[in-house]
Design a protein around this ligand. Structure first.
Ligand SMILES: Nc1nc2c(c(=O)[nH]1)N[C@H]1C(S)=C(S)[C@@H](COP(=O)(O)OP(=O)(O)OC[C@H]3O[C@@H](n4cnc5c(=O)[nH]c(N)nc54)[C@H](O)[C@@H]3O)O[C@H]1N2
Ligand SMILES: Nc1nc2c(c(=O)[nH]1)N[C@H]1C(S)=C(S)[C@@H](COP(=O)(O)OP(=O)(O)OC[C@H]3O[C@@H](n4cnc5c(=O)[nH]c(N)nc54)[C@H](O)[C@@H]3O)O[C@H]1N2
Ligand code: SF4
Ligand SMILES: [Mo]
Length: 724
């Protein structure tokens, strides 16, 4: 696939879930990218990270040979692929022989393509026979996924395309700073306002996104649940519920209503710090137009009550008839490049491909048949991401890590770093020498986005083909090749193809009939149609007549095709979900009865402030990739601590002075950034950097009981001036 000459290839960005379309063109000494104007989501726009992504392809910033730990353990030294793979197979075998299959752990990532995520899950269950697999998406959108599944019977980040946003009446954006985290998406919200729609932003900080809003609510971190309940209370009190909708399309209203009525506006003001008139204004803006949306991101989700919090925002949509109707609905803005697909195809602890449940006997039978194994041989659900990392070196003796950098990104990171060091054996597949790779016994350097082909599923639920545009450097191999070689060494010779299209065709069969059904999607369609929204089941005639039907269909989808073509025409995909019914058994959406509760760690005399964490526009995640790009480092050179001038004055700190932020987990030091855009009771740190300024040294791994999401967005800290 793809031209290896100087022609440009249409593909997609390696980073976030917007998956902007880009053209990649080889140039002497590297490659250039331009935004694809034919891709509807970004229409040619790219952020700085996407524009500079080719810099990470350079052999100057990445290993191009496997690395193994030297005999004295002091450093990583180059080795042949044969030796490196032998060592990984031996490390995994030793753990399995010594302690049983669950002594091998696998940790994946939401940046991996669908093909890789699928193969990694299969590798864990079929080759290693371990239940101990999970991935970094657990740290990302798992609370929204749990709440969405509970309410609607299905979790797809956005149940509608972004193009619907400018045409609705009001959007409440809860804890998303998309002006920095998905810059090209901001256009949809500007267009909304140009069309006289309104934007409400809920964020403890006045971010670049909040500056665009008609109304900014700045709650104390971790109180979104109370806020949503307070808004629902007002909706009821002001007679703004949609009773016919509630009756026809939902269940559970009586209990949810009673729970909301216990949250008086004045009580909610006391908890959140948002004044009652602002609550009333939000209700008015949300309820007056015909249609409205609530979109959440990591702010309300990365809390130890994230699932209930998202549930409360969904309640608000349901009570006002704003879900499963045109231009209305609840959506979660998924984060990683394949944050959506990565959570559907089996690298999650409790899951089989097609978003099936590992505990469902029918699902086990279906997938086991595709895999050619006995259903009883498939292990059960394993631990969630943080629990898995916490068990390293105790129950789990060897770990295969692919597509994550937990030394920087996991909560209570110093502890996690210690657990990684206590392993008998650690293998890391990565494109760069990440901080976690530095701890490994073996590092396997792999090909990157523009050097390989595979599919991702964007935040809209649109499956996309990322195409190979460049020849990889000598010495690197693809993740699929790595898994193939390891499976072979561990005694499974078949079932781990290295051709992504072959893997995708198997994934289609494995997902057929499941909630995330990809069976009607082919690589050809993805190219011809610029992506396809799931679910997209294969029609009855699809296998036979597919090519002819596709050609006719692609030439003119709207044309009146004859019956034979029509029968074989592929399912068009599903841009908009739930318009007729929700995906629950009875077709109705479910309210949840939830009540406000405290943070896992409330401030006290010793730790009187709240720390919240998040992102800046020029760095991505743990920074493993973007910290290797000069232009991005110039724009965002290092960590900082945002604090309000009142707090700074009390500490005697001025802008730029180093300050120490101390929590029960540890201490981090970074320059103060004094700003009125943050609440005086809260400090903010971005989490992109290792070392002294690592935000995750401080964060609290308290988990949401349902989603197992850690409380990244609020923990108790104190701040001290340093060296003054
Ligand atoms: N530049 C850049 N872009 C990215 C990424 C990146 O690392 N860098 N990562 C990608 C990924 S994986 C993800 S998940 C997305 C994340 O995208 P976002 O969710 O937009 O990112 P965050 O900065 O983590 O959090 C958003 C906002 O939540 C606010 N917040 C903090 N605590 C609370 C709270 O208690 N309640 C509410 N309502 N808000 C709160 C923060 O102040 C912050 O402005 O971005 C994606 N895009
Ligand atoms: N304090 C705090 N912590 C957070 C968050 C927060 O808001 N606050 N957000 C959380 C969220 S939402 C997320 S998603 C996580 C993300 O945190 P991480 O899981 O650490 O994510 P990345 O930094 O993207 O790490 C991906 C790693 O995989 C490598 N990689 C990229 N592509 C590939 C590939 O195709 N194959 C292989 N083998 N490797 C690849 C990259 O080089 C990088 O080293 O962080 C979480 N941590
Ligand atoms: S917004 Fe996201 S997908 Fe688009 S160019 Fe930037 S990082 Fe890439
Ligand atoms: Mo994320």
């Amino acid at each position: 696939m793809g031209g290896m000459d100087t022609t440009s290839t249409p593909t997609h960005c390696p980073y976030c879930a917007l998956q902007c379309g880009m053209n990649v063109t080889p140039v002497p000494g590297g490659a250039e990218v331009t935004g694809r104007t034919d891709f509807p989501v970004n229409r040619g726009a790219l952020c700085g990270k996407g524009r500079t992504a080719p810099a990470v392809l350079s052999s100057a910033v990445r290993p191009t040979s496997p690395l193994v730990r030297s005999d004295d353990g002091s450093k990583l030294v180059p080795a042949s692929w044969r030796e490196a793979l032998d060592r990984v197979a031996a490390g995994l075998s030793r753990a399995r022989t010594g302690y049983g299959p669950d002594a091998c752990g696998v940790f994946g990532g939401g940046g991996l393509t669908n093909e890789k995520a699928y193969t990694l899950g299969k590798f864990a269950r079929v080759v290693l026979g371990t239940s101990q697999i999970d991935y970094n998406g657990r740290f990302c959108m798992s609370s929204a996924a749990a709440a969405g599944t509970k309410a609607f019977g299905l979790d797809r980040g956005l149940p509608f395309p972004l193009e619907d946003v400018p045409r609705t009446g009001c959007v409440i954006l809860v804890g998303s700073n998309l002006a920095e985290t998905m810059p090209p998406a901001l256009r949809y919200f500007s267009e909304l306002r140009e069309n006289s729609g309104t934007l409400i932003v809920v964020d403890p900080r006045r971010t670049k996104t909040a500056e665009q809003a008609d109304l900014h609510l700045a709650p104390r971190p971790g109180t979104d649940l109370a806020l949503a309940l307070g808004l629902l209370h007002l909706v009821v009190a002001e007679g703004r519920t949609d009773e016919a909708y509630i009756r026809e399309r939902t269940t559970g209203w009586a209990d949810a209503r009673a729970a909301a009525m216990a949250h008086w506006p004045e009580y909610v003001e006391r908890i959140t710090g948002v004044a009652v008139p602002k609550l009333r204004e939000a209700v008015r803006l949300f309820c007056e137009p015909e249609a409205a949306m609530v979109l959440t991101a990591r702010g309300p989700e990365q809390q130890s009550k994230g699932t209930d919090t998202v549930g409360a925002w969904i309640n608000l949509c349901l009570a006002t008839g704003r879900a499963g109707r045109p231009l209305s609905g609840y959506g979660c803005l998924t984060g990683q490049g394949n944050g959506q697909g990565g959570r559907e195809h089996g690298q999650k602890a409790d899951q089989l491909p097609g978003y099936r449940k590992l505990t469902d006997p029918a699902a086990r039978r279906h997938v086991a048949e595709v895999w050619g194994v006995d259903p009883d041989s498939l292990p059960g659900p394993g631990r969630s991401a943080y629990e898995l990392l916490d068990a390293l070196g105790t129950d789990i003796r060897a770990l295969l890590l692919m597509g994550s950098n937990p030394v920087v990104s996991a909560p209570r990171a110093a502890h996690v770093e210690g657990r990684l060091k206590s392993l008998d054996f650690l293998a890391v597949c990565d494109v760069v020498r990440s901080e976690t790779a530095e701890l490994a016994d073996v590092v396997l350097p792999v090909t990157q986005w523009a050097e390989e082909t595979g599919t991702t599923t964007s935040l809209e639920g649109r499956v996309l083909l990322r195409r190979q545009a460049l020849t990889p450097p000598d010495g690197v191999r693809s993740d699929l090749e790595v898994l193939h070689e390891l499976a072979d060494r561990l005694g499974v010779e078949k079932g781990f193809p290295t051709d992504p299209e072959e893997v995708f065709d198997e994934l289609r069969r494995a997902s057929a009939g499941g909630p995330a059904d990809y069976s009607g999607i082919t690589y050809r369609r993805l190219v011809a149609e610029n992506g396809v929204f799931w679910p997209c089941p294969a029609g009855d005639g699809a296998e036979d007549g597919e090519d002819a039907a596709l050609d006719a269909y692609v030439v003119d989808p709207a044309q009146d095709h004859d019956d034979a073509v029509r029968a074989a025409v592929p399912h068009p995909g599903t841009p908009r979900l739930f318009l007729d019914r929700f995906a629950t058994e009875d077709g109705r959406a479910r309210f949840v009865a939830v009540a406000h509760r405290a943070l896992a760690e409330e401030p006290d005399d010793e730790y009187p402030l709240l720390l919240t964490t998040g992102r800046v526009v020029s760095q991505y995640q743990s920074g493993a990739q973007t910290r290797r790009v000069a232009e991005l480092n110039a724009a965002a050179p290092g960590p900082f601590v945002e604090l309000h001038p009142w707090l700074a004055a009390r500490l005697g700190a001025v802008d730029g002075d180093p300050v120490a932020v101390i929590s029960r987990r540890g201490r981090a030091v970074a320059p103060a950034r004094v700003t009125t855009s943050i609440r005086p009771d809260t400090v903010f740190m971005p989490f992109h950097w290792p070392g002294e300024g690592r935000a995750n040294t401080l964060t609290n791994p308290a988990l949401d009981p349902t989603s197992r999401m850690p409380e990244f967005k609020a923990c108790a800290v104190r701040v001290e001036a340093v060296g003054s």
